[in-house]
Write a protein that binds this ligand. Structure first.
Ligand code: URA
Length: 434
C-alpha cells in the first residue's frame, strides 16, 4: 500500500477502505508517513468528505493507535464531557469540579487550542506547574482520591489524534464533520469513560456554522459512542457569540473561578448547569434534570465546587491558592479599550473573528511549534442585544505586544455589527440528541 495512492483516491472522491485508513493512521503514528502527505490527505478529506463507514473506521483506528484506558479500578459510573470547540468556551474548567463535587467521578482527556478555538489543556497550564501529562496510574489514583483528573493526550493515548489535531490546527483542516467526530470520539473511547456528554456548538464561532450541520455531527458522534457501548448524549448549544465575556487562557480561568463562586456570566452558568445535569443523570447521580440542577446549584452555593477545583489544581501540581487569589494567574502588561465607533444595539458579533483576535494577541499557535502567551486575550464589555454609546468600550484587549494592537482592534471592530434595531435574543440550548 502507498500513501500517494490513498491521497489520490480521496482527492478523486473515492471511498477509503478500513485497511487504507488503518495503514495511514499506523504509518503516521509511527512517524513513517510525513506531515506533508498527511496534510494533503486532510485537505482531500476536507473537500471530498468521508462516508459514515469511513468515519467509523477512522475513529476506531485512532482510538486503537495507543492504549485503551481501563477505568474499572474507579468506583462508580465515570462520565466524560467534550465540546466541539468554541470561543470563550471555558466550560470544562467550571463544569468538571461542579460535577465532581456532586459525587460523579470525572476522568477526562482534553485537548489544546484548535483553529480559532481555545483548549482546556492550554487553559489549565495557566496554573504554573500544572501537569497535564499524567500516567495512567496517577490519573486513576487522582480520580479515586479526589473525584477528578484531566489529562492531555500522552504518547500512549490516541496518539494518532494528538498528531492529527496539531496538524489540522495549522493547515485549515479543522472544520470537517468526519475529522471532528473521529477526533473527539477516538479520545473518548480510548479514555475509557462509561458515559459521554458532548457539547456540540453551532454558529459563527463553531466549526459547524449551521444548526443542520451541528445536529448531523451530534447524531454521528452519539451513534459512534452508543455503538461502542458508551451511554452518549449531545447537547447542541449556541456559539454565535463568545460564551461569557472572557476569551484567552488565563482570562477564561478567572471567569470559570467567578462562576464557581456564583458570580459567573448568565449564559455560561446556564450552559454549565445544562451539561452538568446531563452528566449527573447519565452517571445515575440524579433521577432527573431538575434534581441534578438543584444539586449543581448547591455545590456552587456552599463553596464545595470551588474547593474541588482547588483540590484538582493541587493534585496536578499547581498552587491551589491561585484558585482563591486568581490575580496570581498570568496577567498581560497592558489593558486597552476598544471603543464603539457608533451608538446603537450590538446586533451581531462574528464569533470566530473574536477567537482569531485572541490568537493574534498570542493566545494561540501559528505553527505546531509556537509558544502561546497564556496572559493575553479579550474581555468583552458588550454582547449581542446590549446598547452601546459611541466611544464606550466594546471590549478590552489584554495585550503584551503593543505592535499587535492596531490590527487586532481593527479586526475586532469589523466583527461587531452595531445598528438601530434591537436584535432578537437567540436560544442558548438548541436541542438534545440522545
Ligand atoms: N475537539 C476535538 O477534540 N477535535 C476536533 O476536531 C474538534 C474539537
Amino acid at each position: 500500500m502507498r500513501m500517494y495512492d490513498i491521497i489520490m483516491k480521496k482527492r478523486n472522491g473515492g471511498e477509503l477502505t478500513e485497511q487504507e485508513i488503518q495503514f495511514f493512521i499506523e504509518g503516521y503514528t509511527k512517524g513513517e508517513i510525513p506531515d506533508y502527505q498527511v496534510s494533503a490527505l486532510m485537505m482531500a478529506i476536507y473537500f471530498q468528505k468521508m462516508t459514515e463507514p469511513e468515519t467509523a473506521a477512522l475513529t476506531l483506528a485512532m482510538a486503537h493507535s495507543g492504549d485503551m484506558l481501563d477505568l474499572s479500578e474507579i468506583q462508580g459510573c465515570k462520565v466524560d464531557k467534550h465540546s466541539t470547540g468554541g470561543v470563550g468556551d471555558k466550560t470544562s474548567l467550571a463544569l468538571t469540579p461542579m460535577v465532581a463535587a456532586c459525587g460523579i467521578p470525572v476522568a477526562k482527556m482534553s485537548g489544546r487550542g484548535l483553529g480559532h478555538t481555545g483548549g482546556t489543556i492550554d487553559k489549565l497550564e495557566s496554573f504554573a506547574g500544572f501537569n497535564v501529562a499524567l500516567s495512567r496510574e496517577q490519573f486513576i489514583e487522582n480520580v479515586n482520591k479526589i473525584g477528578i483528573a484531566i489529562m492531555g493526550q500522552t504518547a500512549d493515548l490516541a496518539p494518532a489524534d494528538k498528531k492529527l489535531y496539531a496538524l489540522r490546527d495549522v493547515t485549515a483542516t479543522v472544520d470537517n464533520m468526519s475529522l471532528i467526530a473521529s477526533s473527539i470520539m477516538s479520545k473518548k473511547l480510548a479514555a475509557g469513560a462509561d458515559a459521554i456528554v458532548l457539547d456540540v456548538k453551532t454558529g459563527s464561532g463553531a466549526f459547524m456554522k449551521t444548526l443542520e450541520d451541528a445536529v448531523a455531527l451530534a447524531e454521528e458522534m452519539v451513534k459512534i459512542g452508543n455503538h461502542a457501548g458508551r451511554k452518549t448524549v449531545a447537547v447542541v448549544s449556541d456559539m454565535d457569540q463568545p460564551l461569557g465575556y472572557a476569551v484567552g487562557n488565563a482570562l477564561e480561568v478567572k471567569e470559570a473561578i467567578d462562576t464557581l463562586k456564583g458570580q459567573g456570566p448568565a449564559d455560561f452558568t446556564a450552559l454549565c448547569l445544562e451539561l452538568g445535569s446531563q452528566m449527573l443523570v447519565a452517571g445515575d447521580a440524579a433521577k432527573d434534570a431538575d434534581t441534578a440542577k438543584a444539586m449543581l446549584q448547591q455545590v456552587i452555593a456552599d463553596g464545595s465546587a470551588l474547593k474541588k477545583l482547588a483540590q484538582f489544581v493541587e493534585a496536578q501540581g499547581g498552587n491551589p491558592d491561585w484558585v482563591y487569589h486568581p490575580e496570581q494567574l498570568p496577567m498581560a502588561g497592558h489593558v486597552v479599550d476598544v471603543l464603539a465607533p457608533a451608538e446603537g444595539y450590538v446586533q451581531k458579533i462574528t464569533c470566530d473573528e473574536v477567537g482569531i483576535c485572541s490568537l493574534m494577541l498570542g493566545g494561540g499557535r501559528e505553527t505546531k511549534e509556537s509558544e502561546i502567551d497564556l496572559a493575553v486575550g479579550l474581555v468583552l464589555k458588550k454582547k449581542v442585544g446590549d446598547y452601546v454609546q459611541k466611544g464606550e468600550a466594546l471590549a478590552q484587549l489584554h495585550i503584551n505586544d503593543l505592535s499587535r494592537q492596531e490590527a487586532v482592534t481593527k479586526r475586532l471592530l469589523d466583527a461587531y455589527i452595531i445598528g438601530e434595531e434591537q436584535p432578537e435574543s437567540s436560544q442558548l440550548i438548541k436541542c438534545i440528541v440522545s
